[in-house]
Design a protein. Structure first.
Length: 448
């Protein structure tokens, strides 16, 4: 029955795409809304028009017995591309996002060359506009020679991730550069995102050593230092906090706290000691630190993947030589849905931390079930599967979550159009979008 339904939906794709141009009506039938109500969701022009009993739609998708979630907004994705196409391209990375129920990504600026000028921002936008299957925003890099004002006007969303400690393709910035950035960002009412770490010299040859050289105490200290420097009071966003202590240190004013799936689902004990597949910054911690981090679940604003694709070949290298980073945009919500299945967390929490809060921070219309909401959804079956690398779409070609429980979406909808259906991708055409920016989400400083 389910297979049959999938086939019917597939056959309707041409209709779906036409629907947007012809402003036809899509109905999601019998959707279980969090809170318990069952309603039909009527969609037109990329937005939810009505939630309740619907008339006949031009296209209908049966959702009874499924879980329908507002699609995810992932505020921390390294799309690479350019000279790093072997690791990821906009096409492979954005398809990976869709297959994981994510329809909006924020790209990070530690590209090669680094994204620090308005010209590079413009080139990045043009490249993504022609390749991406998801909505996207672009962040600008913070370095001593970055043109912050130029990038703000070129339409970046946030400044950073700003490396308070060094990481792959990211140099640590000095306190002076950080304060100057804080002053400017505060003036524009912008957002400064921070990679908070302190790093010691030493023989970085195992996961235990990696954790020791980039310790929790250094992460906490870096958070405190950044907060102390922030007298201009720019809006801060702490990326990938890896410990309960760092979360507590970052509970301050209006700073946002992001945690990654890898720090919630993996610990250094998950891997052989010298296995670089577990090498990431900040490092995977011990199992007890991981558990304490999960205990802070309610203080986490955003789950962001820090999708940092490196190839299988690179990650199989000697521990010293292998780059740090873990791919995760496709497995982020499916892993969390696995926890929902196991009753460890609730669906409203998943929606809040992967969709509502990040969309609010990004300043876009929320995806959701109410009239006027953005019609971006992912439809999940009611059963667990195990993650296999072969079923994933990132060019990285590996996953540290192999064999773990997850629930993957069968279907993803962006702007009222089916863009992912059981393995097939369809590039959305948002020409109906009256804002005229298509898939790109420009920042508030954008001047045409
Ligand atoms: O492990 C990491 N890899 N941490 C970061 O902050 C950057 C990322 C990358 O870009 O590969
Ligand atoms: Zn980082």
């Amino acid at each position: 029955m389910e297979e049959e339904q999938g086939r019917i939906i597939s056959e309707q794709h041409t209709t779906m795409i036409r629907m947007v141009q012809g402003q036809e009506i899509l109905v999601l039938r019998d959707v279980l809304i969090p809170g318990g109500r069952i309603a039909d969701i009527t969609i037109s022009n990329g937005l939810v028009m009505h939630a309740g009993a619907a008339g006949t739609g031009d296209v209908e998708i049966a959702c009874r017995g499924k879980m329908v979630l507002p699609a995810g907004t992932d505020l921390h994705v390294h799309m690479r591309d350019g000279v790093q196409q072997e690791k990821e391209t906009w096409k492979s990375g954005s398809q990976s996002a869709l297959a994981g129920g994510v329809t909006v990504v924020v790209d990070q600026p530690n590209t090669i060359p680094p994204l620090t000028t308005p010209e590079r921002v413009q080139e990045r936008v043009i490249r993504a506009e022609s390749q991406s299957y998801v909505r996207f925003a672009i962040n600008g890099g913070v370095t001593s020679d970055a043109d912050l004002a130029g990038m703000w006007e070129a339409g970046i969303f946030a400044f950073g991730e700003t490396f308070a400690g060094p990481s792959s393709y990211g140099e640590a910035v000095s306190g002076d550069v950080l304060v100057q950035a804080m002053e400017q960002v505060a003036r524009w009412n912008g957002l400064l995102t921070i990679h908070a770490e302190q790093v010691s010299e030493g023989d970085d040859s195992t996961l235990v050593e990696h954790d020791r050289l980039r310790p929790v105490t250094g992460e906490v200290q870096a958070v405190q230092d950044v907060l102390n420097l922030n007298t201009p009071e720019s809006q801060l966003y702490f990326c990938h906090l890896s410990s309960a202590d760092a979360i507590r240190a970052a509970v301050h004013g209006t700073a946002y706290r992001e945690v990654t799936p890898h720090h919630l689902f993996l610990s250094l004990e998950t891997f052989e000691p010298d296995d670089a597949h577990g090498k990431v910054n900040p490092p995977l911690r011990s199992e007890s630190v991981r558990r304490d981090l999960f205990a802070c679940w309610d203080q986490i604003d955003v789950i962001g993947s820090d999708h940092a694709p490196h190839t299988r070949k690179e990650k199989a290298m000697d521990f010293h030589a292998a780059p740090s980073g873990i791919p995760g945009v496709e497995t982020m919500i499916p892993l969390l849905m696995g926890w929902v299945h196991e009753k460890k967390i609730s669906i409203p929490d998943v929606i809040s931390k992967t969709s509502v809060r990040p969309s609010e921070i990004l300043g876009i219309r929320p995806a959701g079930f109410s009239p006027g909401d953005r019609a971006d959804f992912a439809i999940y079956p009611n059963e667990l599967t195990q993650i296999t690398t072969e079923s994933l779409h990132s060019a990285a070609g590996w996953s540290p979550y192999e064999g773990m429980n997850a629930v993957f979406p069968e279907l993803t909808i962006l702007g009222g159009v089916v863009v992912f259906d059981a393995g097939d991708f369809f590039r959305p055409d948002l020409s109906y979008d009256r804002n005229g920016t298509g898939l790109w989400v420009p920042g508030r400083g954008y001047c045409l």
